[in-house]
Design a protein around this ligand. Structure first.
Ligand code: GLU
Length: 486
């Protein structure tokens, strides 16, 4: 791009959590920079002083750190165009706002809340979007000086023309032209001296030499006004890449405030960071091939922002679960074991061979936090109904289940080695001997040792992990249960 080094930025507001949409913006901005060997910056947008959240900066740093989206410049790592925290740039915004006033592209506005509320009500009554009526544009220099001197609070507004049109270009949405009479004289500087996002984004993106502005489509409609600011200053407009919204369903945007999971929530639920990042990369982008699993290096190589979709992306938890299970399978089993241990410890107090449990669960786990619910029966057998023995497909009923368990019991009692092969071979011999289908022996045993309809692994694996004594005890209980219903 014009031979200039690509520079992108992630500009989160410190809200205290990392929305999935924000993380995607960070990822795309990172990928666009790194694909071209450029710089990725972090800028903290904290000019809304009423919305300060403790620990919010840590959430931002932590997210970029764990996901590996390392920034080249930012508040914590420094850089040549700092400060990178907007509240520390306050004097800069005032300086630039004054420049605009001198050029006639901005003006002081002293209207109080009552007057603005009245204007707002009027527009509402007429069913029109709010637009400031330029009341203060015509104040004389003396009037302005007088008001400032006597301490009347003021804001600084952009001075937009009422005729003509303004055009801006988005890399995905193309050229967009709007009528200037639709452009509100938006506030650039608030009465507390802090800039609005609308002003700060332009000043900072310019001063930080940002070449590609990556953000959500919620900023699309304001972009003509931003272009007017760039033009007023005589600055080059960066490339805009407005990313489509991420939806919970066809009608609702994903929203942390409405209970949708944030990045931290997903980690907490037991999704792996790499799986989340991979999944998020595909929310609105695809490589044009069928490949779905990408590590960060591959994403850097393949990412082409011109392939970002314009259509909203649906956050599909089923797909994320699948992707997570793929990432879990890719882990060496020892690694999985380490991750699973805290979940085992929540429910298993007995002395079981937990590594065996990991071998079993490694290829059968979608989300780590579901492990306790899948394995709690190892600790304590649930009080199940004998109806669990009846299984149409396995062709089991009360009678043949009882026969199978009664025949299996002495054989298992007699096993010297309690390992998978011995349990398996002895029970398959029994199947042959009884001349029944496998399920007629295996289903009752699985039911007896687990007391559950769905289990990770089959009868043999469960029996092996449970150990001989406990497996036999449970089979005896099963026999009693079945005798009662004959
Ligand atoms: N602070 C804005 C937000 O969090 C940033 C938008 C942008 O990237 O320009 O939505």
């Amino acid at each position: 791009m014009d031979g200039k080094k690509v520079r992108t930025r992630f500009a989160p507001s410190p809200t205290g959590y990392m929305h999935v949409g924000n993380l995607r913006t960070a990822l795309y901005a990172y990928l666009i920079a790194k694909h071209d060997g450029g710089d990725f910056l972090l800028r903290v947008e904290d000019t809304d002083q009423e919305r300060q959240v403790e620990g919010a900066l840590e959430v931002i740093y932590n997210t970029l750190n764990v996901t590996g989206l390392h920034h080249d410049e930012g508040p914590d790592v420094g850089g040549p165009v700092g400060p990178y925290i907007q509240s520390e740039r306050k004097p800069i915004y005032m300086e630039y706002a004054k420049k605009l006033i001198d050029k006639g592209d901005a003006y002081y506005c002293f209207c109080d809340k009552e007057r603005i509320d009245m204007l707002r009500q009027n527009s509402e009554a007429l069913n029109r979007p709010f637009k400031y009526d330029k009341h203060c544009l015509h104040l004389s220099k003396e009037e302005i000086d007088e008001k400032i001197k006597s301490g009347v609070p003021f804001v600084i507004r952009q001075n937009n023309p009422s005729t003509g049109t303004t055009t801006f270009e988005d890399e995905l949405y193309g050229k967009v032209t709007v009528e200037n009479n639709e452009l509100d004289d938006m506030i650039l500087l608030k009465s507390d001296g802090f800039p609005t996002y609308n002003f700060a984004n332009v000043v900072d993106d310019h001063l930080m030499n940002i070449t590609h502005v990556v953000r959500g489509t919620e900023y699309l409609s304001s972009s003509p006004k931003y272009n007017r600011l760039y033009d007023a200053f005589g600055w080059n407009v960066p490339k805009y890449i407005h990313c489509p919204p991420i939806m919970r369903d066809a009608h609702n945007k994903l929203s942390k405030r409405k209970g949708d999971a944030s990045f931290e929530d997903l980690l907490e639920l037991g999704y792996l960071k790499d799986a989340i990042l991979n999944y998020i990369a595909l929310l609105g982008w695809n490589p044009g091939t069928t490949q779905e699993i990408f590590n960060l290096e591959e994403l850097i190589e393949k990412f082409d922002y011109t392939h970002i979709n314009k259509a909203p992306a649906i956050f599909d938890i089923v797909k994320l679960r699948w992707m997570n299970s793929e990432y879990i399978k890719m882990l060496p089993v020892e690694e999985f074991h380490k991750m699973a241990l805290p979940y085992y410890n929540q429910v298993i107090k007995k002395d079981l061979d937990l590594m065996k449990l990991s071998e079993l669960l490694h290829t059968r786990t979608e989300v780590l936090s579901e492990i306790p619910g899948q394995i709690d029966f190892f600790e304590e057998m649930p009080d199940y109904s004998p109806e669990l023995y009846i299984h149409k497909k396995m062709k089991t009923n009360y009678e043949n289940s009882l026969v199978s368990l009664e025949k299996a019991l002495p054989i298992l009692e007699g096993l010297d080695n309690w390992d998978l092969t011995s349990i398996h071979d002895s029970m398959m011999d029994l199947v042959k001997q009884l001349e029944v289908k496998n399920g007629v022996v295996l289903w009752p045993i699985r039911t007896a040792v687990s007391g559950k309809q769905f289990t990770p692994g089959g009868a043999f694996e469960i029996a092996e992990i449970l150990g001989k004594e406990e497996s036999l005890r449970r089979i005896r209980i099963g026999i009693e249960k079945l005798k009662e219903v004959q």
